[in-house]
Design a protein around this ligand. Structure first.
Ligand code: ASP
Ligand code: MG
Length: 460
C-alpha cells in the first residue's frame, strides 16, 4: 500500500505567480514521497467571496458581482504568467465559467435569503476550486502527472453550512476510492481544502481556516506517512521571535505540547484541526515554504523529554484575571457550575483557572462582556478584577516530573510579581500571570535561562 504524504499549502503560499511556482517546486522535489496536495484559496479570495455574498444578501446583486471582478482577473493574470497555451487558455475559460456560476449564485442569494448559508458555501467553494485547478495545471505544465480533485467528492460532511463536520466513515471511503488509484499510477492529486459536500452533494465548508482540517482528514483517510502544513514561518519557535530574536525552531513536539502552545497563537496548529491525525497517530510537520530545506517542527504522538525539559516559552498579552472569593464555596457543590454558567451565558472563554477552598481565579483574554459578567458574579461572592496582565506558559513534556523547574522560573524573574499560577494537569505546562509591562523582559530572561545557557543536567 502506498503511504502518501499530504502537503497542505495555505493562501499566502499561493498568493501570486511566484508563490505558485515555489509550491510547484516544493511538490516537484518531493514526488518520491507520493504527495497529495491540499491547497487553500489564493490569499484574500475567501474574504472577497464572502463579502460578495454579504452584498448580494443586501439585495445588491450588481454590486456583489462587480466586487469580484478583480478577483477573477487576478486568477487569470496569475495563470497567464505561469502557463503556456493551451493550458492558460483552458484555465481562463474555467475562470470565466466560474464567474458566471458565481453570478448565478449571487442572484439566488438575493432572491432566497432563507437559503443564505447554503448558497454562501457554494460561492466560497470557488476559491479553493480555482486555486487547485491552477496548481494542478501548473504541475502538469512542469512535467508531473497531476490531477485536480473536487474535494466535495472526498470530504463528506453533515449539513452544518459554514462549519460542517466531516462524516469520517463516508469521507474515508470516498477519499480512498478517489485517491489511491491516482497515487498508484504515480499522479499527484491536488484538491482544495476547506470545502466538502453533504450526503446529497450540496456544498459545505468546514469553517474559516479549514484547510488544515482537510489535510488532517485526508491524511487520516489515506494513512499518510506524514501531514505537512506549509506556511511562511519556520515551524514552532522556542519563543516569540519579536521578543526573543534568538528564538530557535523546536524540532519535535508532542500533540499535547502543540495543543498547549496553540492557545498562544504561536502560529501552531489548532488542536481541533489536527484531531484526525492525532487519533491515527500520524505525524504533522510544520514547514516553511520560504525555507523548504529547513526541517521545521514535527508534531507527533511520541512524547519526548529533552535534557532541557522546556521546549518553548509562550506568552500572551492583554489578559484580565477575575477572582471570586466566597465562604459559600467551602464544602458546597454546584458553586463552580453556577460560576462558569455566567461565563457561558456571556460567551466568554476562560483560559487558566485556579481554585482554592474559598476562591476561584481565572483568566480571560476577551473582556468585552466583563462588566455584565462581574455584575452577575457579585451574587456569588466578592469579585476582584485585574487588568493589564500577561500570561506566560512554559511548555515541555515531563515538566512535573522534573524537579526544580518552577524554582528556576521564579528565581529567574524573582523581582516580578507573579499571580495565578497553574501547573496544568497534563504535566506539560506551567502557566502564570504577570503584569503586562514586564512580560517582554520576563520572556527574554526565561529564554536565556532555559535555552541560552549550557545544558548541564545537574542544574536542570
Ligand atoms: N480559504 C479558507 C479561509 O480563508 C480556508 C483556509 O485558508 O484554510 O478561511
Ligand atoms: Mg488560511
Amino acid at each position: 500500500m502506498i503511504m502518501p504524504t499530504v502537503m497542505k499549502f495555505g493562501g499566502t503560499s499561493v498568493a501570486d505567480a511566484a508563490a505558485f511556482e515555489n509550491v510547484a517546486q516544493i511538490v516537484g522535489a518531493r514526488i518520491a514521497l507520493a504527495p497529495v496536495v491540499v491547497v487553500s484559496a489564493m490569499s484574500g479570495v475567501t474574504d472577497a467571496l464572502l463579502n460578495s455574498t454579504v452584498i448580494a444578501n443586501e439585495g445588491r446583486v450588481a454590486d456583489a458581482t462587480a466586487f469580484l471582478a478583480t478577483t477573477f482577473l487576478r486568477h487569470k493574470q496569475t495563470a497567464s504568467e505561469l502557463l503556456s497555451n493551451p493550458a492558460a487558455a483552458d484555465y481562463v475559460k474555467d475562470v470565466d465559467e466560474v464567474e458566471k456560476e458565481v453570478a448565478d449564485y449571487l442572484r439566488l442569494i438575493a432572491a432566497h435569503p432563507e437559503q443564505y448559508r447554503a448558497l454562501q458555501d457554494a460561492v466560497l467553494a470557488f476559491g479553493e476550486t480555482l486555486s487547485s485547478l491552477l496548481l494542478a495545471a501548473l504541475l502538469s505544465e512542469r512535467g508531473f502527472i497531476a490531477r485536480q480533485i473536487d474535494a466535495r467528492k472526498c470530504v463528506i460532511t453533515d449539513d452544518e453550512h459554514g462549519r460542517a463536520a466531516p462524516l469520517l466513515t463516508e469521507t474515508f471511503g470516498a477519499t480512498q476510492a478517489m485517491l489511491f488509484p491516482l497515487l498508484e499510477m504515480g499522479a499527484v492529486p491536488v484538491m482544495g481544502g476547506f470545502i466538502g459536500a453533504n450526503k446529497n452533494g450540496k456544498t459545505t465548508t468546514l469553517g474559516r481556516g479549514g484547510s488544515d482540517y482537510t489535510a488532517a482528514i485526508i491524511g487520516a483517510a489515506l494513512n499518510a506517512r506524514e501531514i505537512q502544513i506549509w506556511t511562511d514561518v519556520t515551524g514552532v519557535l522556542t519563543a516569540d521571535p519579536r521578543v526573543v530574536p534568538s528564538a530557535q525552531t523546536v524540532e519535535r513536539l508532542s500533540y499535547g505540547e502543540a495543543a498547549e502552545l496553540a492557545y498562544f497563537g504561536a502560529k501552531v496548529l489548532h488542536p481541533k484541526t489536527i484531531q484526525p491525525a492525532i487519533e491515527d497517530g500520524i505525524p504533522v510537520r510544520i514547514c516553511n515554504s520560504r525555507e523548504p530545506e529547513a526541517v521545521g517542527t514535527l508534531v507527533c504522538a511520541q512524547t519526548e523529554t529533552t535534557p532541557r525539559t522546556v521546549k518553548a516559552i509562550a506568552h500572551k498579552k492583554g489578559v484580565t484575571t477575575v477572582q471570586i472569593t466566597s465562604a459559600r464555596m467551602l464544602g458546597a457543590y454546584g458553586f463552580l457550575r453556577a460560576l462558569f454558567e455566567v461565563f457561558e451565558k456571556h460567551r466568554t472563554v476562560v483560559d487558566v483557572v485556579t481554585t482554592s477552598e474559598v476562591s476561584v481565579s481565572l483568566s480571560l483574554d476577551d473582556a468585552t462582556s466583563l462588566p455584565l459578567i462581574v455584575e452577575e458574579l457579585e451574587s456569588l461572592g466578592t469579585v476582584r478584577v485585574e487588568k493589564g496582565l500577561a500570561i506566560i506558559c512554559v511548555v515541555g513534556e515531563g515538566l512535573r516530573g522534573t524537579p526544580g523547574i518552577a524554582a528556576r522560573v521564579f528565581s529567574t524573574i524573582s523581582d516580578i510579581n507573579v499571580t495565578l499560577i497553574s501547573q496544568g494537569s497534563s504535566s506539560i505546562n506551567f502557566t502564570f500571570a504577570i503584569e503586562e509591562e514586564r512580560v517582554n523582559e520576563a520572556v527574554k530572561r526565561l529564554h536565556e535561562a532555559f535555552f541560552e545557557e549550557k545544558v548541564s543536567t545537574a542544574t536542570i
